[in-house]
Write a protein that binds this ligand. Sequence first.
Ligand code: FES
Length: 307
Amino acid sequence: MDDRGGISRIRFVPENGGDILPFAAGAHLDLYLPDLDMWRQYSLCSDPAETGFYEIGVLKDPNSRGGSLKVHETAVEGAVFTVEGPRNHFPLDETAQTTVLLGGGIGITPMIAMAKRLHAIGKDFTLHYCTRSADVTAFRDALESCGFADKVVFHFDDQDPAQRLDLTRDLPAPSAATHLYVCGPQGFMDWVIETAEAAGHASANVHREYFSADVDLSGDSFEVECRESGVTLTVGSDDTIAKALARAGIKVEVKCEEGVCGTCLTDVLEGEIDHRDQFLTEEEREDGDVMCVCCSRAKGPKLVLDI
Ligand code: FES
């Protein structure tokens, strides 16, 4: 299904019929792209109450590593895909009194599933959707005609500045029962998170989903000791731990390879971690006993992994 803004809406049904596995708002599907031998993660935008299909929105992004272009190329009617999940790293706190959903561009997809769920359970929420222009706003028709259209606020970069998202005006006062959810390009997310936290919203109430990270993988070389395997290897300055492990025949599952999905989480026994991922919480980083080996590195000369 084509939509605006270079975003295709793609529906998946089980190959052999029947119901899909249930999912909660905020969940994503892992999609395997055999030509690229790559897994990509896509947030589900369909209604969590839907039992017959999953729907995702995929942006044709020329700056991606080819995954989204390949999905656009291959997702024709009847095509068969291998998927895993759904998995949910972006769960909705349904006990909140007030929820504000903030989607920038393709970051709207998990927000739509959340809005559908909040509407279904009768919760107070607002969905802010920021795009470059009305003409390239995917899902616009659906959002303008849905049952919660009065809770959707569009903000277009190319229109009157007064209608653009103004976080001072548009965010509610902080409270323990107010939760914010943000997904979109890195700059949009940084702006929302920093502004919300500076306004007094607790970090734990500002929920975030990074769909792509412009992560710097390089750094000084260091040693990694794999205690269980009895192997010690060197990770070069342009190398990653996951790649070095794979070359040494030590299997760690990776999917996104950019620190957003958490698939490659590995226990760390010794050494100081240079976290480069967007997946772990601040508390988990401070604990220092787990890391994403697809992108994170060592701060010192050596790490010891429980692998
Ligand atoms: S593979 Fe996704 S975080 Fe490492």
